[in-house]
Ligand binder design. Structure first.
Ligand SMILES: Nc1nc2c(ncn2[C@@H]2O[C@H](COP(=O)(O)OP(=O)(O)OP(=O)(O)O)[C@@H](O)[C@H]2O)c(=O)[nH]1
Ligand SMILES: [Mg+2]
Ligand SMILES: [Zn+2]
Length: 351
């Protein structure tokens, strides 16, 4: 097979490059990761593979292991082995829940992150801001999707308030994830060669939308609890799927906790930072100081109190995480072994 033919084949699973690595090994994309190994697709066929021994070393940063969305080089064998992860174009990660600092990959080599929130009890602008902050540093573009439009007659108000709250130019679409109209609406993010990942709480409708875009009931879905709209963690593993539109879509398990990594820059709140620079005192605590521009904006309604609170929360969390990250890197430079225990097959989904 010529390089051009191989590239053509790989395009079907989201390959963006115009050339191939020179070592002649088989290239494939990670479409799923299970405890027992990886599922790969080479544009033509699905096959199982195991990670090569060097990926299992305890000292290896878990983010260097193959993850869903990665393009990898594979050595033939029974089973085939993943020997190398190709450089990632974009990386979406979060800090894992729990005390220890650990970065967890959500997906790699993606163009769009579709942040899905239900217009039912799931609707939560602060959580959307948290997602958008995490996505800022990923290299991918964020798209806000509001599902279950069909269940809310008064949805317009929530949607308008969200548009007002998020930065101008943020893509926001309200959808009925069960309706095939979504296919056309979202086609702009799912063209041949595009890769998108769906993220959001359990029950938001990620798998429902995935099935609509696929045109088949491939992913299992389950009704949410009536009293609080919570889902039941139906999807348990990430899965990369090829869509009829030519794009690739990664469905993910609903996330319980979404911790910042410490790498975010909170561009989303740049206007607040600017505002704070206008306070009379350079060290203004934005409490009861005279000449506080933030208080003035809060009083006038120009700055939404809830958005201000969320900014403070995210800012503090980011600073904490950045300090923890820094301390860890310092320890590593000191040559002491990292203390993170992990299983031999990479980290399990912790959602
Ligand atoms: N009416 C309506 N129901 C929807 C819509 N989207 C999802 N649902 C319903 O919401 C419930 C949860 O949907 P799922 O697709 O399983 O949610 P999920 O985000 O994949 O959840 P996890 O896999 O647990 O993370 C199902 O009963 C869906 O039928 C929508 O746009 N309109
Ligand atoms: Mg699901
Ligand atoms: Zn101030």
């Amino acid at each position: 097979m010529t390089d051009a033919e191989t590239i053509e084949r790989l395009r079907r699973i989201g390959w963006r490059g115009d050339s191939l690595p020179t070592d002649g090994l088989r290239l494939a994309r990670v479409v799923a990761q299970h405890r027992a190994g990886y599922e790969l697709h080479d544009g033509e066929a699905l096959f199982g593979a195991q990670p090569a021994g060097h990926f299992l070393k305890r000292s290896l940063d878990p983010t260097e292991r193959p993850a869903v969305g990665d393009f990898v080089e594979v050595e033939a064998g029974t089973p085939p082995h993943i020997v190398k992860v190709l450089p990632r174009r974009t990386v979406l990660s979060r800090a894992a829940a729990g005390e220890r600092y650990e970065r967890q990959l959500i997906a790699t080599n993606i163009d769009y992150v579709l942040v899905l929130t239900g217009l039912d009890g799931d609707f939560n602008p602060a959580r959307i801001e948290r997602y958008l902050s995490l996505i800022e540093g990923s290299g991918a573009q964020s798209v806000v999707l509001l599902s279950k439009l069909d269940t809310r007659e008064d949805a317009e108000e929530s949607i308008a308030a969200l548009r007002e709250r998020l930065a101008e130019g943020t893509a926001i679409h309200a959808i009925n994830g069960k309706d095939a109209d979504c296919i056309e609406l979202l086609a702009q993010y799912l063209q041949p060669g595009d890769s998108a990942v769906l993220v959001g709480s359990s029950g938001a409708g990620k798998s429902t939308l995935t099935n609509t875009l696929l045109g088949t009931e491939r992913m299992a879905t389950k009704a949410v609890r009536a009293h609080d709209s919570r889902g039941r963690h139906t999807t348990t593993h990430r899965a990369l799927l090829q869509l009829p539109s030519g794009g690739c879509l990664i469905d993910t398990p609903g996330m319980r906790e979404l911790k910042l990594t410490g790498d975010e820059n909170l561009d989303l709140f740049a206007d607040i930072e600017e505002l704070a620079e206008q306070c009379r005192f350079a060290d203004c605590g934005h409490g009861s100081e005279p000449g506080c521009a933030v208080q003035a904006a809060l009083d006038s309604g120009e700055l939404l109190a809830e958005r201000w609170r969320n900014f403070l929360k995210l800012r503090d969390e980011r600073e904490d995480q950045a300090a923890t990250l820094e301390a860890r890197l310092r320890r590593q430079r000191g040559g002491r072994p990292p203390t993170r225990p992990h299983g031999p097959r990479g980290s399990r989904e912790k959602e």
